[in-house]
Ligand binder design. Structure first.
Ligand code: DC
Length: 218
């Protein structure tokens, strides 16, 4: 059984998807990490987010693959494990900007579809239910208000001992939502057959059991 979880940045997709995958014995596939690895390649090579020719050329030279260690996904960029470098705001914003490119998307969508051919997956991203796995048995559109998502991110940064500016985080989330939802290629949208789950007033356990209930009915 394949489960597609789409939604905006900070909705809790990866936390939820990992737990659902563990319950079901499926592999968790974080597609955002693949777009982030492409973005990291571009940052490391000094490519600007507006330089379409260089972004498309990067698709020829950046080899992305996925490995699993103790059930955790590791992203390899030209043979090097870059998993630890992917979760910064700079890489996330670059990924949001460069993922509008059709060449980037074709390359990564094909990798994602190959992973799901081999085994049952819980895959999260922006276009999983609409483009990558249109036949997924369960599709969820997981969202939360901008306020809730900004609060969660703020708390996460403070708990790590970092400084955080709530208004700047909220503005960043709004910008990212706008880019992800309004791009021409595979914009973020709820698939017609996806179930909407708004996690603003739900605990992690409640969201996980709501999704597990959907898998029982599928
Ligand atoms: O989920 P994330 O924050 O790790 O994703 C980073 C960016 O990658 C996101 O802003 C848009 C892009 N992305 C995408 O276009 N399609 C996906 N399936 C996953 C991520």
């Amino acid at each position: 059984m394949n489960i597609a979880i789409d939604g905006p940045a900070g909705a809790g997709k990866s936390t939820i998807a990992k737990l659902v995958a563990k319950e079901l014995g499926n592999i968790y596939v974080d597609t955002g990490a693949m777009y982030r690895a492409m973005a990291l390649y571009m940052i490391k090579n000094g490519i600007s987010p507006d330089d379409v020719a260089s972004i498309e050329e990067a698709c020829e030279h950046a080899d992305i693959s996925i490995a699993y260690q103790d059930g955790a996904q590791h992203v390899m960029l030209n043979g090097e494990d870059v998993t630890g470098e992917l979760r910064t705001e700079a890489v996330g914003n670059m990924a949001s900007s460069t993922s509008v490119n059709a060449r980037v998307r074709t390359k990564l969508v094909s990798l994602q579809q190959k992973l799901a051919e081999r085994t049952g997956v819980v895959m999260d991203g922006r276009d999983i239910g609409t483009v990558v796995l249109p036949n997924a048995e369960v599709k969820v559109y997981l969202t939360a208000s901008v306020e809730t998502r900004a609060k969660r991110r703020y708390k996460e940064l403070i708990e790590k001992g970092l400084t955080a500016d709530f208004d700047a985080i909220a503005a960043d989330i709004r910008d990212r939502d706008y880019r992800d939802m309004n791009r021409k290629n595979s914009p973020l949208r709820q698939a017609d057959d996806a179930v909407l789950v708004d996690s603003s007033d739900m605990t992690i356990d409640e969201v996980v059991s709501a999704i597990l209930d959907l898998t029982k009915k599928a």
